[in-house]
Ligand binder design. Structure first.
Ligand code: PLP
Length: 403
């Protein structure tokens, strides 16, 4: 059975820790990881959680305890993972547009690295030669992802080394004796068409003969989860079956590769709930607004990606329903959900946003000088605070008052 927190649990958490609060359900993360490992059980596959989706150190520790690795998108995420006690061989740094100094620092920790520009690859080769096998992030010219802002593999994308530049890449590799151990692509997020992953490995398979040291094919992240009731989740066994068939077809002439994946959203989206409270009900004649004590400063996805988040009124047990636009308290049109049929909403009711685990807290800001929310984890039925709500001192902490 799918893991979910009850309205009663969420209400108690709101009472104990206040609102707005992000709540993460550990067992749901375990369930998602279990679907990946069982779906891919016939393939030599490894998973690295793309931690930019949710970096709370307790989440990193929990995910590591499940056996999963961590994929990082900045040196600070690498340092967080190391701080969480995760060994270097379970940490992957997939870079984009970063300074060479960050790559050197990552190398000093001994983590796996995917390099995404010819310029940094050349610097890496000059410094490390063959001593530090490394991966390259390629741009495969595949358009995928739920929204152009989260599509990363297409031909106008900034991400990765364009595969048209293969010859230049190979010259740098041979001049500097670089050992390329992984070919990486990440085509986008929220990918609807599961065939994209099969297409991706086909594109990479044509390049494989150029890389004698290759051990890993890394197909990135982007597995989809349902946001709306009509949405579907990526069919993991289907993808695994297709990939197995491809690997078994002996395209690689007997060479064996491990497949790596970097799921972010798939691991943590559904485990998360943003619990908010209604400040005001306002009728403007055309629609009724339920204004909550949160906004784009806490959950930017509806405005940034036109994302849909399911919303539930957990405070009213009566069945009378009404249509609301749920909006924030920020001085922008930060509607979080439009025209939703909810149980009648009263001021003080708790409205819960679902699928708030991935890219929720992580993209939160202090806009309008508001505090970022608290974070709570529920594990074995027990709720624990894992990040305090900010306070006024936090807003002042880096200010330098010179006038
Ligand atoms: C963001 C990112 C991911 C994770 O994407 P999801 O859509 O959350 O699965 C994986 N790999 C890389 C390199 C990324 O930048």
């Amino acid at each position: 059975m799918s893991q979910a927190l009850t309205h009663q649990q969420l209400t108690e958490i709101a009472k104990e820790f206040g609102t707005p609060t992000y709540v993460y359900h550990a067992e749901k993360i375990k369930e998602q990881y279990g679907k990946l490992t069982s779906g891919f059980s016939e393939i030599d596959a490894k998973f690295f959680f793309a931690c930019k989706a949710l970096t709370n150190i307790n989440i990193l520790k929990y995910i590591h305890s499940l056996g999963c690795g961590i994929d990082c998108s900045s040196i600070n995420e690498v340092k967080l993972a190391i701080h969480a006690g995760i060994p270097a061989e379970k940490i992957l740094y997939t870079s984009n547009g970063i300074s060479f100094e960050e790559i050197e620092e990552a190398a000093s920790h001994g983590v796996h690295i995917n390099i995404d520009s010819l310029s940094n690859l050349e610097k890496f080769g000059k410094k490390f030669g063959s001593s530090y096998p490394v991966g390259v992030r390629l741009r495969p010219n595949i358009l995928a992802g739920g929204n152009l802002k989260i599509s990363t593999g297409h031909e106008k994308s900034k991400f990765g080394i364009p595969i048209e530049q293969l010859n230049a890449l190979l010259s740098i590799v041979s001049e500097n004796n670089i050992r390329i151990k992984a070919l990486h692509i990440h085509t986008g997020s929220d990918i609807k068409d599961a065939d994209i992953f099969v297409h991706g490995i086909k594109v990479l398979s044509e390049l494989v003969p150029h890389f004698p040291d290759l051990e890993v094919i890394d197909l990135g992240g982007g597995f989809k989860v349902p946001y709306e009731i009509s949405d579907e989740e990526t069919d993991i066994p289907w993808i695994a079956g297709k990939l197995k068939k491809f690997l078994d077809s002996n395209v690689f002439n007997g060479r064996k590769f491990q497949l790596w994946f970097e799921p972010g959203k798939y691991m943590v989206s559904e485990c998360g709930y943003l619990v908010t409270q209604v400040n005001v009900i306002k009728d403007n004649g055309a629609q009724t607004f339920a204004g909550v004590n949160s906004g784009l400063n806490h959950l930017i996805r509806p405005m940034f990606y036109d994302a849909y988040h399911h919303v539930v009124n957990i405070s009213n047990q009566e069945t009378e329903e009404k249509v609301y636009t749920i909006t924030g308290y920020i001085c922008e049109t930060d509607n979080l959900a439009n025209d939703r049929l909810l149980r009648k909403v009263r001021e003080g009711d708790l409205l819960v946003f679902h699928n708030a685990g991935a890219y929720g807290f992580e993209m939160a800001s202090n806009y309008n000088s508001r505090y970022r929310p608290a974070e709570v984890i529920v594990k074995d039925g027990k709720a624990q605070l894992i990040r305090k709500r900010e306070n006024f001192e936090d807003l002042l902490s880096n200010l330098v008052e010179v006038l």
